[in-house]
Design a binder for this molecule. Structure first.
Ligand code: DON
Length: 514
């Protein structure tokens, strides 16, 4: 439904940014587990003139947040409930992207989302089951209970789901832009909700929130140019480090081989070690981006990689969380491209719906190093660079990316949800296309593997790799861990026949075009 909204906006004469903004607001209505006006995100924009910009609308820690707040409040407090929420960035980001690049009026790009909220849409099995899976968290908060569990049950497949309070909030944004959210009655309701549940977000936090334009991370890979997200996301730097290490293996060993998966695991391990140690909000810490992305540094790291796993094998299982992030890629007829990933963090974020305003608040505070040395909900162990401080953005793994071919022509727009695995999934799609010569549908469907330094295990998608391969990797010292299917890549590639959009078969999204 959100993809159809984007297509309609393009048809009305909107450009890729108009369509992306319309899709973003529509997802806030039709994909409540991940979308998102109570959360934040990142957008990489490549206008057809080639001047790439990125927009950081990540949440910030409230002014009253402090480094050790979850040591006393307890670890669950950064995941569920009012204390888990950072100051939302999505409305500031979407309206700012539209202000700078949009062609249609804001009212036109918000209209479809407002209609879907007020008139409702048909609930499918996926969404009904997804609300059911998180019902034990949603039932804890009265406004979430009335919104998502009418009659104390998730809305049945085939029923119409209306969200009039969310519709009114979106109308406030339509009428007053971002001030309709960060000031006025919506802001009053957010602050009242905080008071109700002991949360920290104040009028001052909301009034102070700004989306930030940043220069993209730019990495070359076998003659291609990749633009991705700089800190406050770790996505571009960490993926760039992996690509730089792998570029030195030329050609790469074949897809699915022990030789390839071993080298990937060692490259990923090193990139995530640097990520977890060095990266954080650039407003607070100096990110050594130039060094981490230099080809010389990659060569140094490559030299350390032998034929055995370079850390004493010790299998450790990590943690995993739900599906609360969403990615969309847009290309318009003029060749403007947008790659956008947004999140609430966990499914349904903090599970707190703002009473009277109809949207869920994020639990992005858990992306900080909430308890130094302890894994977060994705098993990431992070340090001081990502410690909590008032006004600071928590480090993300989201990796919206745009790839140019060897002639600097727009080639691939790509991204996905999936916590830290986002970084390795986007790496895989790019490498599958460039190195393994896969078509985009093959590249997206191909089984995925992931290493993030800690937990120290090579995670692989269940059923994706031969047992003999996993046994050989074990012989090299990798503890391999098979489980589930990951992610939801939404990508667009240029083919000789035109643009081809591919939606990951794993999670039930869909593309649209004309
Ligand atoms: O910003 C991040 O890295 C996380 N909050 C993303 C979480 C995520 O992708 C969960 N979705 N499946």
């Amino acid at each position: 439904m959100a993809s159809e909204v984007g297509k309609d906006i393009l048809r009305q004469g909107g450009n890729a940014v108009d369509a992306a903004v319309a899709v973003g607001f529509a997802l806030a209505v039709v994909h409540p587990e991940a979308g998102n006006i109570g959360g934040g995100g990142f957008m990489v924009i490549r206008p057809s003139n080639g001047q790439v910009q990125t927009l950081d609308y990540r949440e910030t820690a409230p002014a009253r947040a402090s480094r050790d707040m979850y040591l006393s409040a307890g670890p669950e407090a950064s995941v569920t409930g009012h204390l888990a929420a950072g100051v939302p960035g999505a409305v500031a980001g979407l309206t700012e992207a539209h202000r700078r690049y949009g062609r249609l009026p804001l009212s036109a790009v918000l209209e479809p989302a407002i209609r879907l909220a007020n008139e409702g849409f048909l609930i499918d099995e996926y969404r009904s089951a997804s609300i059911g899976e998180d019902s034990s968290r949603l039932v804890l908060f009265p406004a979430s209970r009335t919104t998502f569990l009418p009659n104390d049950r998730p809305p049945a497949p085939g029923s119409t789901f209306r969200q009039p309070e969310l519709g009114a909030t979106l109308e406030a944004v339509r009428d007053s832009g971002s001030a309709g959210f960060y000031r006025g009655w919506v802001a009053d309701l957010i602050v009242a909700e905080m008071r109700r549940g002991g949360g920290l977000i104040s009028h001052e936090d909301l009034g102070r929130y700004r989306a930030i334009w940043r220069d993209p991370i730019e990495v070359t890979y076998r003659g291609h140019t990749i633009y991705s997200m700089p800190p406050a996301s770790s996505g571009g730097v960490t993926m760039g480090e992996i690509l730089n290490i792998m570029e030195g293996y030329s050609p790469l060993p074949p897809f699915g081989s022990v030789a390839l998966m071993h080298r990937e695991a060692e490259a990923m391990r090193r990139a995530f070690t640097d990520r977890n140690r060095y990266l954080g909000d650039p407003g607070f810490v100096r990110n050594p981006v130039e060094r981490l992305l230099s080809k010389d540094y990659a060569a140094e790291l490559r030299k350390q990689i032998g034929e055995q796993a370079s850390v004493t094998p010790k299998f450790e299982a990590g943690m995993d969380a739900g599906a609360s992030t969403t990615h969309y890629s847009v290309v318009d007829a003029d060749g403007n491209a947008v790659s956008c990933t947004t999140t609430l963090n966990n499914s349904y974020g903090s599970a707190v719906t703002v009473t009277g305003a109809g949207f869920l608040l994020n639990d992005e505070m858990d992306d900080f190093a909430t308890s130094p040395g302890q894994p977060n909900m994705y098993g990431l162990v992070q340090g001081e660079a990502n410690a909590i401080a008032p006004g600071k953005r928590m480090l993300s793994a989201m990796t919206p990316s745009i790839v140019l071919d060897r002639n600097k022509q727009l080639y691939l727009v790509v991204g996905t949800p999936g916590g830290p695995k986002i970084i390795t999934m986007v790496y895989h799609v790019i490498s599958n296309v460039i190195d393994h010569r896969m078509s985009l549908p093959q590249a997206v469907e191909a089984p995925r593997n992931h290493h993030q330094a800690l937990p120290d295990s090579l995670q692989v998608e269940e059923g994706g790799f031969l047992t003999a391969t996993l046994d050989s990797l074990g012989g090299k010292g990798h503890g391999t861990w098979s489980r589930g299917l990951w992610g939801d890549v939404e990508a667009i590639i240029r083919t000789p026949g035109g643009w081809q959009g591919v939606s990951d078969p794993r999670r039930g999204g869909g593309g649209a075009g004309y």
